[in-house]
Design a protein around this ligand. Sequence first.
Ligand SMILES: NC(=O)c1ccc[n+]([C@@H]2O[C@H](COP(=O)([O-])OP(=O)(O)OC[C@H]3O[C@@H](n4cnc5c(N)ncnc54)[C@H](OP(=O)(O)O)[C@@H]3O)[C@@H](O)[C@H]2O)c1
Length: 281
Amino acid sequence: MLTPSSSAPRTALVTGAGKRLGREIALGLARAGWRVAVHYRSSEAEALQTAEECWAISSAVSAAAIPAGTGLNPTASLKPADFIFQADLADESATRQLLPAVVAKLGAINAVVNSAALFEHDDIHSFSYANMAQHWASNTGAAIVLAQALHQHCAARNAHAAEAIVINMLDQKLWNPNPDFLSYTLSKAALEAANTLLAQALAPLVRVVGVAPGLTLTSHMLADEKFKQLHTLSPLGRSSSVEEVVSTVVFAMQNRAITGTTLLVDGGQHLMKFERDFSLM
Ligand SMILES: NC(=O)c1ccc[n+]([C@@H]2O[C@H](COP(=O)([O-])OP(=O)(O)OC[C@H]3O[C@@H](n4cnc5c(N)ncnc54)[C@H](OP(=O)(O)O)[C@@H]3O)[C@@H](O)[C@H]2O)c1
């Protein structure tokens, strides 16, 4: 396992980290030596649980890395509740306050993982400006505002080149499209385009990398047996596991030569052609 290179704590904000993939990414980053600011919208109890588990992992990592009695524990005066941050990312004002709130509480921040996402079904027959706007704000606009804020923060503190990174969670379905979840897909397609544009605009301070999972976690729309069956639909015979998605995020954050690209972690699902979204197959 690689650990951060300097003795100063490296801090990552993970959005939507109360549950599911965001939570697992937060725990994976804690295991890799990062301090994690846990963002949530409505899942406060779950976010606190994530922060407590990150805290326990970080304490163990620090204890192993820092000789006892040196007084270097950077989180000594904080408690897990100091690491959770609430914001509705559909609200631009709330989103703009998020990264400054993390900096005010935790100090310098080096990474944002845009994992939170709105995933509500619509299609060409039910499409509306209102639904599109909600997906756009939550999934695209918020990710861009947080990237902008990270860059401003890095510029203000004279950060080194490539010291900071934005991870944008994308989706294999952008390369294997179907007409379901129209607004979600459009919002993620715009984020995939923004991934390139932001990498150009925010270099050299901030790297920008997309991570696109395949079917990894089930949803309320899929029974367990159906999920297991769909998970095998890929050239490699299985889609991505949570561990594989998390390790890809950690890898992208540690490899300072990667920017402006997307790592697909999906067992090759993007090479196939599905007529419907998994949840509607
Ligand atoms: N799961 C998969 O198999 C899969 C596959 C491909 C891509 N992905 C991508 O990977 C990422 C994580 O997936 P996931 O399945 O873990 O996501 P998810 O369960 O659908 O959503 C994660 C969290 O996003 C937060 N969220 C939604 N709208 C928000 C808003 N307006 N403001 C703030 N937070 C908001 C919610 O937080 P609260 O609960 O606190 O409200 C929710 O718990 C997503 O970007 C998704 O597109 C996932």
